[in-house]
Design a protein around this ligand. Structure first.
Ligand code: 5RP
Length: 254
């Protein structure tokens, strides 16, 4: 256990060095970004869940915030830990969203959706004044794409959507045999929280994420894509020794 983790969080027990790094990032997010009265987007995935676990004792000690979860899993965790929740219908804008990433580059472009929550995550991030990525140092890449890019699609006619996706990849300079895999849960396609499917696209390297990101959602059947560009303004990079650094990666939104 690291010496950097502050006493108020000593009950949180990361089981691995990578979890230690994720927790460090989550604690930094709580300490640096959250203030009384804030409306906060609560991300999904293991790093975001460490953030929610770090947030809970602060709430129990009187920090007055309200959260909007980006998945049913995060909603359940927040409710279990006593973090008060609302939804986007009850508020106008969130102050900040804290969420993880599967990959993030030095400009703050991200691949998200490893936990199949990309749609709600993008909606919540777009409803926020600021989005801060919480990551461990293994998530930072020189170029996005090693992690398969998740695309959320409507199950109806998905074969046609997949064909159009492949055409898009070819026109963007990718190999025509790019591997596109329907994400499964057991023997059935995994259903997202909105009842859609995920197609994982094995692109290996995405040279121009900013150019590619806006093209997906023009395909009928594509609900959302896992490229998040121009969304994060900062990332908090957690390390296995329990320290965490804030790195500015993009311009704050107006
Ligand atoms: C879920 C996400 C997560 O933020 C992403 O997968 C990172 O997860 P983890 O912190 O578990 O590595 O986008 O859809």
């Amino acid at each position: 256990m690291s010496t950097h983790i502050e006493p108020g969080y000593a009950h949180l027990k990361p089981a691995s060095l990578q979890d230690e790094a994720k927790l460090a990032s989550g604690i930094k997010a709580v300490e640096h970004y959250l203030r009384p009265g804030m409306k906060v987007g609560l991300g999904s995935g293991t790093t975001s869940h460490w953030f929610v676990r770090a947030l809970a004792p602060r709430v129990a000690r009187g920090l007055d915030i309200v959260g909007v979860p980006t998945s049913n899993a995060t909603r359940e965790l927040a409710l279990e830990l006593g973090v008060p929740l609302t939804d986007l219908g009850q508020i106008d804008q969130l102050d900040v969203t804290i969420d993880g990433a599967d990959e993030i580059d030095h400009q703050g472009s991200m691949i998200k959706g490893g936990g199949a929550c990309l749609l709600w995550e993008k909606i919540v991030a777009a409803a926020s004044k600021k989005m801060v990525a919480v990551v461990d140092d293994k998530k930072i890449v020189e170029r996005l794409g090693r992690f398969p890019l998740p695309i959320e699609v409507i199950p109806f006619g998905w074969q046609s959507t997949e064909r159009l996706l492949r055409e898009l990849f070819v026109s963007a300079g990718f190999d025509k045999n790019v591997r596109i895999v329907t994400r499964m849960k057991g023997t059935e396609p995994l259903l997202t929280d909105s009842g859609n499917w995920i197609l994982d696209c094995h692109l290996e390297a995405i040279p121009d994420p900013l150019g590619l990101a806006p093209r997906f959602n023009a395909i009928p059947g594509v609900v959302e894509n896992g490229l998040f560009t121009g969304i994060a303004s900062e990332m908090i990079v957690g390390h296995a020794d329990g320290s965490a650094d804030i790195v500015v990666v993009g311009a704050p939104r107006s």
